[in-house]
Design a protein around this ligand. Structure first.
Ligand code: ME8
Length: 646
């Protein structure tokens, strides 16, 4: 099986931004996913360098168009590695082989009678670089550029697009997956329900010289879209290169909704006229807005990929954009959104699972993968959950439902976390009769980590390499790089040594860490009210209500030097705070990570052994075997950290 995936080729009248980055991340993730499925993949991106817009941009910078396009194209090319995007080919419409193929196709279509010369008067939008129909205008303006188009009368060459209208309608009806999601397929069909006009495909050189000359009339250059769309063929060696033979029949294009019409109407009809079979699929996504506002230079809210990578790292940006946008719909981008995902999904759920599980293997099994013993019902349930996750992930990623694929993966992260909590390896470690069970629980937990490394590789390639190393595996090991061979259970080799890696995802400051926020929105007076004396048998409800009881999740724990009794805990409730707890005689620091406990959040801070404690962890004091013991409080199911206890 083979896959050919493309992004639009981006105009070089502007520098790369978040929108370009998203489409390119999508195509890169999909290409990595297909490779994970064992397919041979070709992934292409590039730059669109001809046309009015580019000439204007070069003029603004006082340079010749060629010098200008070389510079901006290089910027796009050098942006992609920052995002861990690895195209197989980067095409430019100024490449000589591309120019030759465009001319060859123009000649072919001209010779077959599908290009004719005519006079045309129309409404031309410079921003879109095309004529608009009256119907497309909103209050007399181009809906995309909010400017009235100019009326232009000119002699030009036209492509007989109308001739292929019915053939295109039939193709869309017969191939339900040709344009997805469905809303865009419907949009195209609705557009095609009106008679299609022929397409003006030339510009007189008197008006524009920066373009590909028509092979049959040197007084004209070709329209930028007729030139640009053909990149999808040139890049794989049309008409007789081996890659064209191998990849064209499986071509899939990814675009945003802004360029639906050229891709869903101009391009298939151009292919029909050229006698080339149509591409397989067109995947259309929505627009990223910034804090619910359109991204635009004039508003000054354009987000640059390099800044994102510098601030958050490529893996976080890839994960955030894929997880946050429902493919096909618009989405809002904000730094708060990134911080929330990083802290909750990456640092807390995934990062903690990884560090907690590997720390226990280091502690109880000298850092070596243990030998599993017999399975219990709980183990079989875990394996079944893993298989369900792989099946759902595979299907959803193949359908471009990345947000749902990642949701399925994170559901499994939750299952793995709960498996640890309910099997209590730290308790098993205390009982010599339970050695085999401890080995099995640790082994199964490591298997969960391996499968997560495997499925996350397309989304976060950098993190996946680190995770593989942490499990003692090379990044190219089939067990973390092939869904066929690695998607099974029980593949880790007992005795393999784990490697120590840095924390996968640091927690980011969301600006709310300050402990003074701990009491929520209470007034200063209320916060300073003394707590009631614990003396009488009964307290008023009012008094009880003054206690701010919450569920806190332990994210880090360490012994306090020189103290036998105290542990220093970092908890999330939902902001982070430090709490000192007198539980060191009953709990190891490692086994606490990820546990949810109840805390009193509005106790006045006190210092213990030099550490300020901002609250108190609740625990039951109990007797067993003649000894007193403290058992931490908990909730019966995982809840959002910071949930109020009432
Ligand atoms: O249209 N949200 O190039 P272009 C999401 N050269 N994606 C966005 C976006 C946003 N706010 N803004 C841009 C062209 N994009 C032509 C294409 S192809 C033969 C020729 C992405 O530089 C999205 O992929 O204007 C969109 O379709 C593309 O950039 C437009 O890029």
């Amino acid at each position: 099986m083979t896959t050919y995936i493309t992004t639009p080729i981006y105009y070089v009248n502007a520098q790369p931004h978040l929108g370009h980055a998203y489409t390119t991340i999508v195509a890169d993730t999909y290409s990595r996913f297909r490779r994970l499925c064992g397919e041979k993949v070709r992934f292409q991106t590039g730059t669109d360098e001809h046309g009015d817009k580019i000439v204007k941009a070069a003029e603004n910078q006082n340079v010749q168009p060629k010098e200008y396009v070389d510079k901006i194209s290089a910027m796009f090319r050098s942006t992609w590695p920052l995002l861990e995007v690895e195209p197989d080919h980067f095409i430019r419409t100024t490449d000589v082989d591309h120019v030759a193929v465009v001319q060859e196709i123009l000649q072919k279509v001209y010779d077959s009678g599908d290009i004719y010369f005519d006079e045309y008067t129309g409404l031309y939008c410079q921003g879109c670089e095309r004529y608009l129909t009256e119907k497309e205008l909103v209050d007399g303006n181009c809906p995309d550029h909010q400017k009235p188009p100019k009326e232009i009368a000119e002699q030009n060459y036209f492509f007989r697009m109308s001739r292929y209208q019915q053939q295109l309608i039939d193709h869309i009806h017969n191939n339900p997956d040709f344009i997805t999601p469905e809303r865009y397929r419907n949009e195209v069909l609705s557009f095609l329900s009106e008679p299609l006009e022929d397409l003006c495909i030339s510009r007189p050189k008197s008006r524009l010289t920066w373009g590909i000359e028509l092979p049959f009339d040197d007084k004209f250059v070709t329209y930028v879209w007729f030139d640009a769309l053909i990149n999808y063929l040139t890049g794989i060696g049309y008409p007789d290169g081996p890659d064209f033979a191998e990849y064209w029949s499986v071509a899939e294009h990814v675009i945003a909704k802004d360029i639906l019409k050229p891709h869903a109407i101009y391009w298939p009809t151009m292919l029909m006229a050229t006698g080339v079979p149509l591409y397989q699929k067109l995947h259309v996504h929505g627009y990223w807005n910034i804090d619910d506002t359109k991204m635009s230079k004039s508003i000054g809210n354009v987000v640059r990929p390099k800044e994102l990578v510098d601030n958050y790292g490529a893996d976080t940006i890839r994960y955030f954009t894929l997880r946050e946008m429902s493919f096909g719909l618009d989405s809002s981008f904000s730094s708060e959104g990134i911080v929330a995902r990083q802290n909750a999904d990456l640092a807390n759920d995934l990062g903690n699972l990884f560090s907690r599980a590997t720390a226990m293997v280091r502690k109880y099994r000298q850092g070596k993968v243990p030998e599993p013993a017999e399975c219990t019902e709980a183990d079989r349930e875990l394996q079944a959950a893993a298989q369900t996750m792989i099946r759902d992930y595979r299907q959803l990623m193949a359908e471009f439902l990345f947000h749902r694929g990642l949701q399925a993966v994170w559901d499994f992260v939750g299952v793995a976390n709960r498996y640890i909590v309910s099997n209590e390896p730290w308790a098993l470690a205390k009982d010599p009769a339970k050695v085999a069970r401890l080995d099995t629980v640790l082994y199964n937990t490591l298997e969960c980590l391996r499968l997560l490394t495997l499925v996350l590789q397309p989304v976060m390639p950098g993190a996946a390499i680190k995770m593989a190393a942490g499990l003692g595996l090379a990044a190219g090991d089939e067990r973390v790089s092939s869904l066929e061979k690695g998607g099974l259970w029980n593949l880790l080799t007992p005795g393999t040594e784990l490697q120590t890696i840095d924390a996968l995802f640091p927690r980011l400051d969301d600006g709310k860490k300050d402990a003074k926020h701990a009491g929520g929105k209470k007034s200063k007076k209320e916060k300073n009210d003394p707590l009631p004396e614990a003396g009488g048998d009964l307290v008023d409800f009012d008094h009880f209500q003054k206690l701010d009881l919450r569920v806190a999740e332990i994210v880090a724990a360490e012994p306090i030097k020189k103290s036998k009794k105290l542990l220093k805990l970092l908890v999330k409730a939902p902001e982070e705070r430090t709490i000192v707890a007198g539980i060191a005689e009953y709990y190891n620091a490692d086994e606490l990570i990820g546990k949810q406990v109840l805390i009193v959040a509005n106790l006045k801070p006190v210092k213990m052994m030099g550490v300020s404690s901002q609250g108190m962890v609740l625990a039951a004091r109990t007797q067993g075997d003649g000894k007193e013991r403290l058992v931490l409080s908990s909730v019966s199911d995982m809840v959002v950290p910071g949930s109020k206890v009432a």
